[in-house]
Design a protein around this ligand. Sequence first.
Ligand code: MN
Length: 230
Amino acid sequence: MSQRYVVEPPAQPSLPVVGSTQLFPVRRIYCVGRNYVAHAHEMGGDPEREPPFFFSKPADAVVPQGGEVPYPPKTSSLHFELELVVAIGKGGADIPLEQALDHVYGYALGIDLTRRDLQNEAKQMRRPWDMSKGFDWSAPCTAIHPAAEIGHPESARISLAVDGEIKQDSDIALMIWKTHEIVSYLSGLVRLEPGDLIMTGTPEGVGPVQRGQTMECTFGNWDRLSVRMV
Ligand code: MN
């Protein structure tokens, strides 16, 4: 036990980095709502006239490289949302659009697991989304692929299958707000710091996943993510 703190300090959440033995420390996880036209329509919105909106998950919701994830309590409608994840490497506030990508360390693929029943209830009652979005184990994520290796992808296929059946199959080129726009806009709301992750929103095809089912995801030609709900 450390002498400095009255209880054991929490472990630093982190993600592996492809091609490195060093880790990416996770500071905050921001998430974008409704960033693909077809998904916004399936959720009953009209996104093209709306600025991006954000919610967040705790840093320790991250599940490095997937694997077995416990089905969360207090829900009977756990949904998958497959998303490009942007990892911030350089901090800043009010970052101009043309400099935004300089703040990005790399990219990963993640699943924004959602208690859809609790989220729908929260929407109806105008209550916060924290317990529908920010629960334990709610952000399975691949390792981070440094932009120094893969560049800043404007297009990449992302797909998610449940027990072999494709449910989401899209391309990050279809994001309404692009990576540089999201980084710039978000940095006008909060100061971004190294270690921040941004989940950039999901394409259409979201749906439920049950205990015992396995989600297999692809991220361009770079990576795969497998998550089994237990
Ligand atoms: Mn999402």
